[in-house]
Design a protein. Structure first.
Length: 216
């Protein structure tokens, strides 16, 4: 049975969050296609992981036999998150853009699971794992747009997930999500609606493909 690790980081509930709406569509399709599989849902907004500390950081670069009690406790929390990631056959991440980048809660999770010599570096214990990232944003930062240079979500996550962890990463990008609530963006509502439908369709298609492949 395949395991999906589903991570959400939006501070809003599903009915008010573009990223959660798409990750929910992905997960529902996954469960329909692979009902005997396992889904681990980690909601970083309601249950944030600890931000990296000096004890947790230094413990990752030293022999466990030499760890102080504080280092051992902090490192044990990191290991739980790492093992959870390593146990996943596929990963789904909701990564809304807040102030041009990812939520601090998602950054905290990444700081914990990126460990040189295990998940990152020459070993890359999650190498090849399919990771689908739903990178929603209120405007558009696509190539050719005025804010192209401010795109720090896909660029950053590509570097971390692909280059550091060696994962097989695919992005789903629902954009212009502020159009329905911002009068100045009213003319962009049709583009937002089209983007949302593409994202929902892509999420369902990707989930179906992964579930069928991993269940085979």
């Amino acid at each position: 049975m395949a395991t999906l690790l589903h991570i959400d980081s939006s501070v809003f509930p599903t009915d008010a969050s573009a990223s959660r709406a798409v990750t929910d569509a992905f997960r529902r399709t996954w469960e329909e296609q692979h009902p005997e599989g396992t889904v681990i849902h980690r909601d970083l907004a309601t249950n944030p992981v600890p931000h990296i500390t000096a004890h947790a950081h230094t413990a990752g670069f030293s022999d466990p036999a030499t760890h102080s009690p504080e280092q051992a406790a902090a490192f044990a929390e990191r290991v739980k998150l790492i093992e959870e990631l390593e146990s996943a056959d596929a990963v789904l991440i909701g990564a809304p853009m807040y102030n041009l980048t990812i939520p601090s809660t998602l950054k905290a999770w990444l700081d914990n699971v990126v460990l040189m010599g295990r998940t990152a570096g020459e070993t890359q214990s999650v190498k090849g794992t399919p990771i689908t990232v739903v990178a929603s944003r209120g405007g558009s930062y696509a190539p050719g747009t005025p804010r192209e240079g401010y795109e720090y979500v896909q660029n950053y996550l590509s570097a971390i997930l692909t280059d550091f962890l060696g994962a097989d990463v695919e992005f789903i990008v629902p954009e212009l999500t502020m159009a329905p609530v911002n009068p100045e963006m009213a003319q962009l509502v049709p583009l937002f609606e089209a983007s949302r439908e593409r994202a929902l369709d892509k999420a369902a298609t990707k989930a179906k493909q992964l579930a069928q492949r991993l269940a085979a």
